[in-house]
Design a protein around this ligand. Sequence first.
Ligand code: C2E
Ligand code: MG
Ligand code: MG
Ligand code: MG
Length: 292
Amino acid sequence: QAKNAGRNNHCLFDPAMQAQLETRTALEAALRTAVARGQMELHFQVQVNGAMQATGAEVLLRWNHPTHGPVPPAQFIPIAEASGLIHSIGAWVLQRACAQLKAWDGQAHTRHLELAVNVSAQQFRHPDFVAQVCDALDRAGANPGLLVLELTESLVLHDIADTVQKMLALRRHGVRFALDDFGTGYSSLSHLKQLPLHHLKVDGCFVRDIVTDPSDAVIVQTIIGMARNLGLCVIAEGVEAEAQRQVLLDLQCPVYQGYLFSRPLPLAQFEQWLGMHCAATSAACPPPVSPT
Ligand code: C2E
Ligand code: MG
Ligand code: MG
Ligand code: MG
């Protein structure tokens, strides 16, 4: 409220704003140090099919500030984007993810796992983005067909020509794409069909009340039907309860992600979780359409 009043009156010395600015500057400095000292960590959240077999994992970045404790990505990713730090952070996440794919390649029960990496707009728009991804894959010797890049609707729509060109270049390399947080943005069917996508991630806000709100169930049902017709695999995000999983199962949702199965975990715990809960892994989604 103070912020709104400040904006209307062009008051630049709002104490709340000043405090916010200081926190932001302090966080940016701390983030810079954390990146330089390698204090960022990756967590992995499993994705399972209807038979509870693991099909993949999403890589989620974690930053444990030495005094503030864990800083949520929703707080530090925007700072990383505004400061340009996202380029080195994004490159590091890609390198680590590709190295992990290579490591899992050697073990029977992890060989088919896909790894999904979130890509921010700043990172994607960089002219070297395609080279950065190919480089990370090549250096690690990872199977490009198991790397999924998660893009949001606002990212892909911002400059659709640049988006399509970069996606096709990476697609030719074998890389696959997921549209993240689907349903919260403004994609239309005409936009979607231009994009070489493989996965649609239905945002958790549609899953949250799916058991009690029939309109959410209808929306998800429609997305699943549309995705099937377009040859896309749907992943439901934010599945927290067995009742939600049951509704999604009835709607023939192919893949699920959420706290019901597991929270995002550090690597060792993730591998332990897999060993305990998922004897089998599976490629649940339809195979990629051949590159055009
Ligand atoms: P996202 O890509 O949509 O990731 C899903 C978020 O939902 C994650 O939050 C995850 O921990 C959370 N989540 C998973 N299951 C459940 C559930 O059952 N219930 C609820 N309430 N939440 C669940 P997280 O880890 O805090 O990440 C937030 C966002 O930060 C991500 O949203 C993504 O946009 C961004 N992010 C995370 N890691 C990276 C990264 O390496 N690079 C970039 N560019 N962005 C990242
Ligand atoms: Mg994501
Ligand atoms: Mg998401
Ligand atoms: Mg989200």
